[in-house]
Design a protein around this ligand. Structure first.
Ligand SMILES: NC(=O)C1=CN([C@@H]2O[C@H](COP(=O)(O)OP(=O)(O)OC[C@H]3O[C@@H](n4cnc5c(N)ncnc54)[C@H](O)[C@@H]3O)[C@@H](O)[C@H]2O)C=CC1
Ligand SMILES: O=C(O)C(=O)Cc1ccc(O)cc1
Length: 360
């Protein structure tokens, strides 16, 4: 099925990003959207996340309707739209839990519409339209959970569309998805929150916190309401993962109490090796290399650096100021194609920057 009209309900970070990405993609489609908050719906039009407002008439013309509202609102949204959908329309969602959502959609929606659950493994700790990004789905895993009787051409149409926004599609069973995300997303979220809450025991320690704590607690800044929904609606899988984690921590505790340094080293070495082999989150940057450079705190310095590389036709793929210094110099991370990295590094050094290569 060729998808030409898409309706998006809920224009927060995920819904608006999807709208922007689809409007920016190679597929010629019309994107309509609506939000509970009128201000958000207006902003979505202003920033180009949607072409037009999704009213009941347009809803009835959509080939695909994506529900991108918080999980707990999905039953109500499904009930609201069910009578306006055209027969044969495809309904999907972006919810972080799939077993419960599939059940709700199957219960609420008429038999003449197709249902394929969706979950983009992309986002951030930020919520709302202001955090939307048209490149959010580039190279991100995007899980689809079709029903056993979903026609192949319907699924193929959705896959084709999502590929145009750069998503890497994984077809999964809803239960299998829920256990996997409990491990890679929901448990890490709880651990991140626990690490931060543990600081309440000794607030003075916070003054000593460095990059390690920052890196392991970024997601603790997420919206508690969103995550309450996710954790409660996937509680079976999450409790299983918590038990596995308890067992691991129990083993580390025993090893420390017994002074078993070999065991501690083995745990750390296993983790290091596994981490090295983790699939790259952004495989598009696999052929890339980072250059770390120390730059003086002067106006125009980043522009100069960009022109130096630009003159040699070296494209900067990514640039990040590492917020670790507030003195007369700063550190910057420049990502370039691997084959250009040695030349780029030499060029920076020859022009007075301290610079070195760091593999991704
Ligand atoms: N935030 C993230 O990083 C990710 C979130 N998700 C999933 O995406 C879904 C949406 O989450 P976010 O975009 O983060 O939330 P958000 O809070 O940024 O946006 C939700 C939007 O839905 C609107 N809304 C609420 N009830 C509505 C209703 N009845 N009708 C129309 N609009 C309504 C809100 O006004 C808001 O603009 C959730 O189901 C979440 O599990 C999936 C992947 C990543
Ligand atoms: O902030 C991050 O790194 C995330 O992992 C965002 C996220 C939040 C919820 C999801 O269901 C999927 C991804």
């Amino acid at each position: 099925m060729k998808i030409k009209k898409v309706g998006i309900i809920g224009l927060g970070v995920i819904g608006a990003s999807l709208g922007m990405a689809l409007r920016n993609s190679s597929s010629v489609i019309q994107v309509a959207g609506r939000d509970l908050t009128e201000k958000t719906a207006l902003q979505a039009l202003e920033v180009g996340a949607i072409d037009e407002h999704l009213d009941a008439r347009l809803l009835g013309e959509c080939d695909l309707v994506v529900i991108a509202t918080p999980l707990n609102t999905i039953p109500q949204v499904a009930a609201e739209i069910k009578d306006s959908l055209k027969p044969g329309a495809l309904v999907s969602d972006v919810g972080s839990v799939k077993g419960w959502v599939m059940q709700v959609l199957q219960q609420e929606l008429p038999a003449e519409v197709h249902i394929v659950g969706g979950h983009p493994m992309a986002g951030s700790e930020k919520s709302g339209l202001s955090a939307a990004d048209k490149f959010l789905f580039q190279n991100a895993a995007y899980v689809l959970t079709p029903q056993p009787d979903t026609p192949q051409d319907i699924l193929a149409g959705l896959i084709e569309l999502l590929k145009t926004i750069g998503a890497r599609i994984a077809i999964m069973d809803a239960q299998e998805h829920d256990q996997a995300v409990a491990q890679v997303s929901h448990l890490p979220h709880l651990i991140s929150a626990a690490l931060v809450n543990n600081l309440q025991n000794n607030p003075e320690a916070l003054a000593l916190a460095g990059g390690g704590l920052r890196d392991t607690t970024r997601i603790a800044a997420s919206d508690p309401e969103l995550w309450e929904n996710i954790l409660m609606l996937n509680s079976n899988a999450v409790t299983q993962e918590i038990k596995n984690m308890q067992e691991l921590l129990q083993n580390y505790l025993k090893a420390l109490e017994a002074g078993d340094k070999d065991k501690i080293r083995r745990c750390l070495a296993t983790a290091r090796d596994l981490k090295k082999n983790l699939p790259s989150i952004r495989p598009c940057l696999e052929d890339s290399c980072d250059i770390i450079a120390i730059i003086p705190d002067q106006p125009g310095v980043i522009g100069n650096l960009g022109s130096l590389l630009g003159k040699e036709q070296i494209n900067i793929q990514n640039l990040q100021l590492l917020g670790v210094r507030d003195e007369d110099e700063g550190t910057i991370r420049i990502t370039v194609k691997r084959e250009s990295a040695p030349t780029a590094c030499q060029l920076l050094k020859a022009n007075g920057f301290k610079a070195w290569l760091r593999e991704l």
